[in-house]
Unconditional design. Sequence first.
Length: 189
Amino acid sequence: MDVQRTTDSLKGYFLIATPVIESGFFKGTVTYVCEHGEAGAMGIVINKPLDLQLADVFEHLNIQPLLSHDEVSVMAGGPIKVDRGFVLHSPGISYDATLKVNQDVWLTTSKDVLADIAGGKGPDQHLVALGYAGWSAGQLEQEIAENSWLTIDADTTVLFETPTDEKSASAGKLLGIDIRLLTQQAGHS
């Protein structure tokens, strides 16, 4: 585990929810951290699908896709601004509202990226979410200290290619653990 990183930026890392988070939005989630600094942190939950497909988003925005996107789920990216879209994607075209998280992952909030994805010109790898997760200054560090989150350098295979229902287990494997075997109980000797 990468607990020492609580004083450094976790930008480009996964936050894996532990059993300490027993209920609520973040139970069982994996979050990709897009920003982390003195002012707080921002991320996108990558394994909580909505009952909404990318095809529905295209229809709502009057975008005509070249290919079917009926099987591509939109994620609940977090409990903040749930009416706003966020696209995590592989590098390529930089749009007006693009944040280059690192060399492997960019975050875009403009409609242009969706139009390009629909038209077959967009980034090859992408994950679309509504809403985001946010933490005020020091909040995420406190939650990590309370063992609510495990942290690991993000992997684009888990982010973009792993089926949604396997992302938590796959992120845990990056740490060398079976996330399903974690308990909230502390051990005593």
